[in-house]
Structure formats: C-alpha cells, structure tokens
Design a protein around this ligand. Structure first.
Ligand code: SAM
Length: 212
C-alpha cells in the first residue's frame, strides 16, 4: 500500500531548509570529493546485485550516479534531490533518459511508483534525518524499491536517535530499528567501505522480501 505521509518534525523542516539554501560551493566541491568511495560503491553494487534501475535519494551534483553510469551504462538512472542548482548541474552531466526529480525525499511516493526501481540507495543523507522520520522513510523506500535498499551511512544500534552535531543537524540511527517493520533481511558492516568517513562509515544492505 502507498505509504501515507506523516507530519514533519521541526528538526526535519530545519534540516530541509539547511539543504535547500546551502551555498553552491557545497555541490561544486562535492563534485570530486570522496571519489574513491563513490567509485568503489558503483563497482560494489555492480558486482553484488542484479539491477536494471537505480535510484539515489539525495544525489546532490550526481557523482555517485555518474560513477554508476560509467561502470553500468545499461542501468536506468533515477534520483531525487532538494537543492535546485545541484539538481540542474546533475541533470547536465547525467544521461538524458535519466529520471531526475527536484523534490523532497519525504514525498518520494508522489514521483515514483510502487516497485519502480530495483535498487535504491543513500550516501550521507539519512544522517541528516531526525528521529521520528526514519521509520517512515523505510516504509517509503521499501514501497518504491523492488529488491534492494543500500545505505552508506552511520549505524549504531545502541545510540538510536542520538544527535551527533548541533550545528550540522546530524543524527545517528539504528538501521535494524529503522527496518524492524519491513519484511527484509538486513546486513550491516564497516569493513567493506572504502574511504569511509563521518556520515558514510557503514554499509547497510537491506534485501527486501517481496515474495517473488
Ligand atoms: C551530505 S550530502 C550527500 C550527497 C551525495 N549523496 C554524496 O554522497 O555525495 C546530502 C544530500 O542530501 C540532500 N537532501 C537533504 N535532505 C533532503 C531531502 N529532504 N530530500 C531530498 N534531498 C535531500 C542534500 O541536498 C544533499 O544533496
């Protein structure tokens, strides 16, 4: 069933406003930041999963999607991003037949159909989602993805919802808790992540069980 929207918390609104209004220098410098991790990720999903469509939530200037297109040119690229200029930049460098949405991840089900993509992922995005919103997102993501959800984020089972940084609106989450209501298998590890850093330390692999 299509997930019903929930009321956003004050922190969710604050975090959204932060990302909508951040200076263009953020996406300009993100273009060649953490390239080893982004290249590794594109190859990792290519080697471990079978997918013909991929969706990145919070793609910023589109480097992850560009790397995926480089190694898997047959895969259809999809994504959603909140920052207008980052979105337009990504659109100019990604394949023309990509489905790129300028919008909010909390409204993802308005733009994508049930099971529309095989693999949905985030990198350094859920860390900016406050407590009270992440279980809703698990529901939305598992509605739109048919097979897999991958997060490159920070996991800590013992500290779910703890605020990491007051200035920067960042929270740690337990991903086992985030997905506790979803029919899936979840694997969480640190070792495989190349060039791991704050907000992108763990590989969280959610294998959806949609009974095919
Ligand atoms: C730390 S950056 C990570 C960008 C990219 N995933 C990467 O690995 O380089 C967080 C991204 O999430 C986007 N974002 C934050 N909140 C969002 C929301 N509510 N809906 C859509 N995108 C959002 C930001 O605009 C930004 O592009």
């Amino acid at each position: 069933m299509k997930p019903n929207k929930i009321e956003k918390t004050q922190f969710a609104i604050q975090s959204e406003n932060h990302w909508k209004t951040i200076s263009d220098s953020y996406y300009q410098s993100n273009y060649d930041a953490c390239l080893d991790r982004k290249k590794w990720f594109a190859n990792y999903i290519k080697d471990h999963y079978q997918f013909t469509t991929v969706l990145e939530v919070g793609f910023n200037e589109g480097t992850n999607l560009r790397m995926i297109h480089n190694v898997s040119p047959e895969v259809k690229i999809c994504g959603i991003e909140l920052h207008e200029n980052a979105f337009h930049f990504a659109k100019s460098v990604l394949p023309e037949d990509s489905k790129l949405v300028l919008g909010n991840m909390y409204d993802l089900q308005d733009y994508f159909e049930e099971n529309e993509v095989d693999l949905l992922f985030t990198m350094g995005v859920i860390i900016h989602v406050p407590p009270g919103m992440n279980q809703y997102l698990a529901e939305v993501f598992s509605y739109i993805s048919k097979k897999y959800i991958i997060h490159i984020e920070d996991h800590d089972a013992g500290n779910d919802g703890a605020k990491i940084s007051a200035q920067d609106l960042r929270w740690i989450h337990s991903y086992t808790k985030m997905y506790e209501n979803i029919n899936c298998k979840i694997r969480i590890g640190h070792d495989p992540v190349v060039d791991a850093n704050g907000g992108a330390n763990h590989l969280i692999e959610v294998i959806l069980n949609k009974g095919e």
